[in-house]
Design a protein around this ligand. Sequence first.
Ligand SMILES: C[S@@+](CC[C@H](N)C(=O)[O-])C[C@H]1O[C@@H](n2cnc3c(N)ncnc32)[C@H](O)[C@@H]1O
Length: 335
Amino acid sequence: MKSFKVDEDQRNPVLVSDFSDVELPPLREVPGMTSASEGRYLYWLASSQLSGEGELVEIGSWLGRSTMHLAAGLRRTGSQENLHCFDGFAWGPSDPQKSDLPLRPGDNFQAYFEANLADYSDLVSAHRTRIANIAWTGQPVEVLFLDAPKKLTEITRCLEVFGPSLIPGRSIIAIQDYQYFPAYALAACMYSLRDCLELIHVVLDGSTVAFRVTAPVDLVSEKPSDWQLNRWTVEQVNSAWQQILAPLPEKARERLEPGRALHLYDCGAKREAIAAMKALPMTPFQQDKIGGLARGHIYLSYPELFTAAGFPGSPKQNLLVHVKRARDWLRELRA
Ligand SMILES: C[S@@+](CC[C@H](N)C(=O)[O-])C[C@H]1O[C@@H](n2cnc3c(N)ncnc32)[C@H](O)[C@@H]1O
């Protein structure tokens, strides 16, 4: 397996890999939003890294690509654990770009998920729910795979519900999109939980990382005070991001690093945010990613940052920025 220790000083070195040496069993072709490396990682995780002390929970299954890799891993070991999949199963407006199923936005697609997972129906159970309403039995959870929560409220909700069931010293929280900078809240939240988590896996050619739970995660009785991500000071943001980025390999760092600029911007530190954007090495990957995103909706939230990165947006986008700001201002005034 291609792997290396990022930081020799760390007590528990981080496994960094594209998991290309993992041999998968024959699997169905299921459309998905997780990469081939992430699929191999999930299979490897479920087939070789678990003790059987708890259940597996996936939040955000879509049509079941990641689910299938986890389930195939469980099947390989003959494990008795179940894989519980939570999803709203409501077809999203951008889903038709990734699948040509005959569905309209809002349609329930749980039946397609279940058909794709038919070979594993003895191991997998689907729970149709929004994250806001998610509930759990309280059974121990050995793997919590998050691929739906990307924002603070959703992440904290998942951790409130499943945190008490995570087993210190054993459970793993694997997070898709951790390396995707627009979802920087994931990294900032995990940083806030740094006293009970340690980074253990970084998937290359994907955006998943995983943490081992080292101490009880109980956000119900003890909410960390610094979770209001948009209230951090510039010093707090900079110090956090130094620690977030330090253990990551270069390929993961270049994916996540623009998140520091977005975080500063959301804290109202626009000058520092622009400086952070300008200070990026602007590797070809960053150029490509930031340039691609600049054409989308996210531009309206961070126009100065994309402009600082060399992507000033079209006249239509900049007009929409003014409309959005006027609308936000009115909303605040009413509130
Ligand atoms: C990125 S996709 C998951 C991709 C999947 N893991 C794969 O391998 O292809 C995110 C999924 O999370 C679900 N989701 C997003 N926000 C949600 C919410 N607030 N409540 C419930 N489900 C949600 C969506 O319905 C979607 O199926």
